[in-house]
Design a protein around this ligand. Structure first.
Ligand SMILES: *Cc1c(COP(=O)(O)O)cnc(C)c1O
Length: 427
């Protein structure tokens, strides 16, 4: 298939390029910063396109993209232009006033999705939090459920605030943070019987299922695409019962799957969906987009100080327009195909270590077999030594989420690095 010429790599401004590498002291960092992350021993200080450089000047191919976030890679001219323009013009005012950039971004999003209206916040967790609040208010005021229950899937990921970590049905993220938020119930992903059972069993007294919050493709849970038949039946169940269907598009949305929204792969539309990661290309922004039920929230019922400010919305709008103008979704499909083909070829050489390669567009996972002792973090470490940044999605899945502007040559280089990394860790 013919593809629009890949986006030109951003040129590095010379003044940045010539800054001497600052020696980095991890010990002093760790004494000042809370230890909420286990970090790889490298400090990144600049980037251009799909490449980043550490403080020692070493170059890496970035197939993490801030975890599926840097849509246009690093220092993309369109983003540099938008950031510069917006900071010079107006960067923050309160939602007490109309913010034109917010309106323009909302218009773009509803014109390019099934949604009718948007609410803006600053992260994926907050977008999901907004959706949970909207669903609860809808349940109380329209469905007349006193104790609404929200179904979420095992191995899901919805964020780290108390409500969203409760929605995230993974014990490792919840341990020590109880009491969790009431009103959630977990079901198996891609298992329609589990949904049917939960909907009928959880209908007692004042308790009833009000919403289902689910990812079209589970990202953190191991890059597991949703099953078409499952999602279509899910839609039917929601239509029959009035249950709200909420899609968490935080990781898979904004073009990463090769389509603008993950739900387009499933042939169903949600009632509400959330976006964040790729939406701002690395600028913190989240959005909840609602199809119908747009007037559930009344003035004063939900808010965010930073949400939808001129800066983030101006930049996010430039990301959206660049996706369109530069035909980036075509690149996502072609590069995703190339990546999966290459990974499958590598998998054939390592049948004892690699179980499966799967994904959509440029969100892909390589699952290691249950038989091997090898773990995803070990593969990731070996890849870093080969100059390739990757990220695990759980203990056994290596995730590939490069910027959406990745070139054919870069995918080829990445595949060579994966092959070398595997050779190292399997001997
Ligand atoms: C990353 C992620 C979130 C949380 O987003 P934050 O911006 O970290 O709060 C929620 N849902 C999904 C599917 C994600 O991948």
């Amino acid at each position: 298939m013919s593809v629009q010429t890949p986006v030109e790599l951003a040129t590095i401004p010379p003044q940045i390029d010539s800054v001497p590498s600052t020696p980095f002291d991890a010990d002093s960092f760790n004494q000042a910063v809370m230890s909420t992350y286990s970090r790889y021993p490298l400090a990144l200080e600049r980037g251009a396109g799909c490449r980043v450089w550490d403080t020692q000047g070493r170059e890496y191919l970035d197939f993490v993209a801030g975890i599926a976030t840097c849509t246009l890679g690093h220092a993309h001219p369109a983003m540099v232009e938008a950031v510069t323009r917006q900071i010079q013009k107006l960067h923050h005012v309160s939602n007490l006033y109309y913010i034109p950039e917010q309106g323009e971004l909302a218009k773009w999003l509803i014109q390019h999705s099934c949604g009718d209206r948007a609410f803006f916040c600053n992260s994926g967790a907050e977008a999901n939090e907004a959706a949970i609040k909207l669903a609860r208010k809808y349940a109380h005021t329209v469905l007349e459920i006193q104790h609404p229950i929200i179904l979420t899937a095992h191995a899901s990921f919805h964020g780290r605030t108390l409500a969203t970590v409760t929605a995230t049905a993974q014990p490792k993220y919840q341990k020590y943070f109880d009491p969790l938020v009431p009103g959630f119930h977990y079901i198996n992903y891609n298992d329609i019987r589990a949904v049917e059972a939960a909907v009928s069993e959880l209908d007692e007294g004042n308790y009833r299922v009000a919403a289902i919050l689910i990812e079209p493709l589970q990202g953190e849970g191991g890059v597991r695409p949703g099953d078409v038949a499952y999602f279509q039946r899910l839609r039917e169940i929601c239509d029959e019962t009035g249950i709200l269907l909420i899609f968490d598009e935080v990781q898979v949305g904004m073009g990463r799957s090769g389509k603008l929204w993950g739900y387009e792969h499933l042939g169903v539309e949600p009632d509400i969906f959330t976006s964040a990661k790729g939406l701002g290309g690395g600028i913190p922004i989240g959005a909840m987009i609602s199809k119908k039920f747009c007037d559930v929230f009344q003035p004063g019922e939900h808010a965010s100080t930073f949400g939808g400010n001129p800066f983030v919305c101006g930049v996010a709008l430039s990301i959206c327009q660049t996706l369109e103008k530069e035909h980036i979704l075509q690149n996502v499909e072609a590069r995703g195909e190339q990546l999966r083909q290459g990974l499958n070829a590598i998998a054939l050489k390592y049948p004892h270590h690699i179980a499966e390669v799967r994904g959509w567009g440029l969100i892909n996972g390589m699952e290691l077999t249950a038989d091997t002792q090898l773990t995803a973090p070990e593969v990731v470490k070996a890849a870093i030594d080969e100059g390739l940044l990757l990220v695990p999605a759980g203990p056994k899945v290596v995730r590939f989420v490069p910027p959406l502007i990745v070139t054919e040559a870069e995918v080829k280089t990445a595949l060579q690095a994966v092959e070398k990394a595997l050779a190292t860790v399997t001997t």
